[in-house]
Every structure is written in C-alpha cells, then in structure tokens.
Write a protein that binds this ligand. Structure first.
Ligand code: AMP
Length: 278
C-alpha cells in the first residue's frame, strides 16, 4: 500500500482516503463521493476495509460484525474507488497477544466523554488504527462521517497534535427514508426493533423543534423528554443523551440553537448512535 501511495505521489496525484469497517452502505459511498471531489478526477480514492479488533471491548460484537467482501468490492468498483486496502490482522498487529505489538495512540481529552465513557477502550483502538492506516495510505485528505461526530473530532485532534499533514473532512450523516441513520449494525435489528429505531432521529427532531420554540432549555428537561420517548414508547434502553458544544465537545447546562445533541440507545444487544446540531 505504501509503495502504491508513493508512486501516486511521485506522479503528483492526490490521495483521498475513506477508512471503513466494511459492510458498506450508502453512507460510506457518500464519503467516497466527497473524497473524489477533494482529489479530482485524476486523484486516487482509497477505501480501507478492516474490522479493527482493538476498538472492540471483549463483550462487544467483533466476532459477529457483519461482513460481505464480494459485495463491498462491487460497490467500491461501481462508486469509482481506485483501490481497496484490506490489511490482515497479522499485518496490522503482528504478534499481538504474544507480547511484540505494544504501541498505541491515545487522545486524552476529546475522547473521554460520551462514547469514550460508555466504551472506555474504544477510542484508543480507533486512534491507533487510523494513525496506522494513515501511515500506510499516505493520504492528503481523509473523509469521516458526521454520524460518528466524536470520532471525527478525536481524529482531528490527533492529526493536529501529532502533525499528520492530512486534511480531515467531515461529511453529513446519510439516513434511511424514515430518518434512521445508516449503519452496518442496523442489520442486527429485528423487524420490530427496526421500526422502533427511528426513535433516535425522532428525539433529535423533537429537540430541534423545542429549541426553535424557546430560547434556552435546561439539559435535564430534554434528557427526561428523550428518556421518556425511548423507554416509554419503545423497547430501547437509553445509554446516554448528551448536549455539548459542537467543536469542543464541552458539555452545556442550557440547550440553545447550535448546541449539539448525541445519543446512544440499546435495542437488546444492538447499540445505535445518532447526533445532530440543534
Ligand atoms: P464504519 O464502517 O462504521 O467504521 O464507518 C466508516 C466511516 O463511515 C466513518 O467515518 C463513519 O462515520 C462513516 N459513516 C457510517 N455511517 C454513516 C452514515 N450513515 N452517514 C455518513 N457517514 C457514515
């Protein structure tokens, strides 16, 4: 991968990169289009597909994470992707568990709340693998989805702090027609849970309309409203609903126009997330 990337660079071709865990959907493909716009028709758009073990906790869904490589490769070809990078576990973490792989990248501030609080080892795995993928693909531009807002913020911070010469672009969340944010994990949902799962985007819309009607709302009031909708109207369990400044992820006490909302909901073992600027 590095050899190919260096050759493209010698030819002055820009490299745009979309890291994924595969089982691609229209959300991923929208990032490919953004990467293509960034590097132009003669640039190179690279997608990586790698289900990164270090970002999953022991009790999480690593072994059952959905995979369909043939379909992913077809979708990439149809979307005009120039190369798909498929590293193996032994290439990424040689000797892990036997004591030889021992270097990790840790961001200590932006990653601490929200997803980081619910999944304590998650972002250490994300920053480590993204740093490694950047060193393999050598992109000028990398595209991430707003669906994982905190992840994009953590990666931005990592690039600034570690001097990665890479422009980070965040592309909007792609949704199903009924509002559910597209996610590879949506396939785990039962038919009933799939219907109920629109509660995440409905909570966002409800908070948006409340914020439009009043100038400032105490956080507790909106968290109660969200908990009531999730746990009163569906079989879901609210993991968290958090209100914060979009750029810094600093929590706020009063919600107003422009405040960011992120929420995570369990349907059985399936954990869904969504977020938006209100
Ligand atoms: P994943 O394969 O879930 O690790 O996601 C790979 C990239 O696609 C990440 O940057 C995600 O934020 C992004 N992504 C996932 N779902 C969506 C979506 N519905 N809309 C936009 N981007 C997404």
């Amino acid at each position: 991968m590095q050899r190919a990337a260096r050759t493209w660079k010698l030819g002055e071709l820009g490299i745009g990169f979309v890291p994924t865990m595969g089982y691609l959907h229209a959300g991923h493909l929208s990032l490919v289009q953004v990467a293509r716009k960034e590097v132009g028709a003669i640039g190179r758009v690279i997608v990586s597909i790698y289900v990164n073990p270090t970002q999953f906790a022991a009790h999480e869904d690593l072994s059952t994470y959905p995979r369909d490589l043939r379909r992913d490769l077809r979708l990439c070809r149809e979307a005009g992707v120039d190369a798909v990078f498929l590293p193996s576990d032994s290439a990424m973490y040689p000797g892990k568990g036997e004591g030889s792989y021992s270097t990790y990248v840790v961001e200590e501030k932006v990653s601490s709340g929200l997803e980081g609080a619910s999944r304590p080892t998650h972002f250490r795995g994300v920053t480590t693998i993204v740093a490694k993928l950047f060193n393999c693909v050598l992109p000028e531009v990398a595209v991430f989805g707003a669906k994982d807002w905190q992840q994009a913020s953590v990666i931005r911070r990592m690039c600034a702090d570690l001097n990665f010469p890479i422009k980070i672009v965040v592309a909007p969340t792609h949704r199903e027609p009924d509002g559910l944010a597209m996610s590879s994990r949506n396939v785990y949902l039962t038919a009933q849970q799939r219907l109920e799962a629109t509660v995440l985007s409905r909570c966002i819309r409800e908070c948006q309309s409340q914020v439009r009607q009043s100038r400032e709302i105490p956080v507790g009031q909106l968290v109660d409203l969200i908990r009531g909708k999730v746990e009163g109207e569906t079989s879901g369990k609210l993991d968290y609903a958090a209100f914060f400044e979009s750029n810094t992820l600093e929590p706020v006490e009063r919600v107003k126009k422009g405040t960011h909302l992120a929420l995570a909901v369990f349907f059985g073992k399936v954990r869904l997330i969504d977020n938006a600027r209100l």
